[in-house]
Design a protein around this ligand. Sequence first.
Ligand code: HDE
Length: 730
Amino acid sequence: MAKKTSDKKNSPAQQENDKTKKLESITTDSANQFMTTDHGVRINDDQNSLKAGDRGATLLEDFILREKITHFDHERIPERVVHARGSAAHGTFKVYEDMSELTRAAFLCDPGAETPVFVRFSTVAGSRGSSDLARDVRGFAVKFYTQEGNFDLVGNNMPVFFIQDAVKFPDLIHAVKPEPDNEMPQAASAHDTFWDFISQMPESSHMVMWAMSDRALPRSYRMMEGFGVHTFRFVNNKGVASFVKFHWKPLLGVHSVAWDEAQNISGKDPDFHRRDLWDAIEAGAFPEWELGVQIVPEEDEFKFEFDLLDPTKLIPEELVPVQRIGKMTLNRNPENFFSETEQVAFHVGHVVPGIDFTNDPLLQGRLFSYTDTQLIRLGGPNFHEIPINRPVVPVHNNQRDGYMRQTINRGKTSYGPNAIAANDPKQAKADEGGFVSYNERIDAKKIRARSRSFFDHFSQARLFFNSQSDPEKNHITDALSFELGKVKAIEIRERMLALLSQIDKGLATEVAYALGLHIPNIALEDLNNSIPADADRSEYASLNPKGSLEKSEALSMAGTIKDTIQTRKIAILAADGVDEKSLSSVKDMLIAEGAVVHIIAPKLGMIISKGNKQIMADESFLTAASVLYDAVYVPGGGNAVATLEAEADAIHFLNEAFKHCKAIAADESALQVLESTYFFKKLPAEYSLETVLREGVLISSDLKQLTETFIKMIGMHRFWERENPRKIPA
Ligand code: HDE
């Protein structure tokens, strides 16, 4: 077995953490090695099976052929029942300050400690081979390899969930997955069974608003927030607990793409998010998030107008601010997708001393599900021994045997108490790092029921909607009109309109208009059909209080970080005869700001500039598409301008970039190209910095000033106001 000596892992951060070192020791590289069987015998001929004569039958004796084919036949394992499609990366986490007042978790108490992490991002509904850009929730699962064992923060990019009780999870997932008779549609919620379920579960209203918002179409995994969703507990050394909600705040801001763009990306590059994460890390542009916590003292449990145990509610940041307590950096791509990304097994129940659970009924059900699912997916109880899942600290207990056991446990005892081995392994006292569950008082009757404090199904859905900017609100209206437009059963559409009208009348009216329907009159008490057989309907009736908060800025993406173009992808359209200075000076300044710049030309190979310089094209109009870029620049140069003006793909590129509200800049001498676009005649006649920053289109002959303004424009991400009232036929 050869040790890996890959030259791509050259950053110090990539080599020095405990987990990386441990993985390194079992990572192999076949460079300069002989091919062998799985049992180490060198292979002489891997081209021909063993036959009775060169035209004869294959012999059963051929152990090389049998081993190879058998291994191949068994290569696949079941994909995750949800979150099947994902990609992951290694990194590190560091806390800013000692948090020991709140938690005894050692990795949160030592600002000097660097904790290795492995993070897997995912979509939820689609199969392993589905598109990254499906409208969906994104998984954001973080495994911290701490010195006290593994802590998994298995979150999503949305802070709430569809259901309040784990018992409804299989129903939810059956409803959203492809329909069972024809297995359609793939990775989409826009079909009857999903909305049939949702339209009878008013508790899902809040999450539906998130799922129909642009949060469901991230520009990048690197530009998503993450949330632990449930209320957890921090417990300090004295046994004092506080409630905690976990957040991840991306340092690149929170950004999304347009729905039309998402649909196009799904065709042009279904691996868009996977590639984006991989490329950024390979380029050394390591994605970063700050870990945030919202802390609520135990005595304030009942201070809020919602229940902290209800996973369909968030704590508005206006009520409890998010304290940023540390930073996570992803700095190394996996070596092998299957061994690491596919075999990693997260579990919301993997906690370390100082972190504990609450009675959130969704969380409680998850505590069962995650181990159970690994047993079928990874094939047995020893999945914790798979290298990516192993903690960086030793594991000692009396668990033994099972399929694929890796550990060789020495000695006679696998039980306790034992006298033969002096009672080893020993239990650890609390001050020796032993996990002690929070001493929560429980005094209750056994009952299947839902607390009345969970029955406000609408006020936070409305808070979310009210907090959106106008373009964000329009996107929600469009998304609902699209999704419900794909639903065939009129009664499902109508029930949804009734639900929406509880959230916002204006929203419901607009969606009703798009569907050509009227909002039916269904009383609040009759909206909830998720009730036990013997229950009185009124006991399960939804509540719809006004809610004391009108708006929460943090729920909108409009105010996010907009001052960096780090890793943004910029297209420069060029052809033979391009003005080299007009191209290179802008390109160099963009690269200096951390952007990724691609030159796109009518064909691959060299472009010959006006001054006879050779410039390599990165892509052609055939291999590239505007939906894969954040912004476009058109340099000058007489012949190039004439070529691009006549190149339908170049004009389409610009029109589509305009349609998707992206920053567009052109050297004034390339004006003709822009004049050929659909949108040119709609631009305001007068140019000022103000109109440019509003419209996102800039034409100038002063290249330095052009680039400076262009950089500002790209940082702003999108000019969503452009969508209304002007749609572009691209
Ligand atoms: Fe999961 N979820 N989930 N989930 N979940 C799984 O575990 C489940 C929920 C989340 O990248 C499964 O290993 C139940 C909420 C992520 O490997 C499974 C319920 C949140 C991932 C499972 C929920 C999540 C999963 C499938 C309701 C956000 C991907 C494969 C009670 C806080 C982890 C697996 C990865 C995966 C069960 C609800 C996040 C079946 C029963 C809420 C990010 O165990």
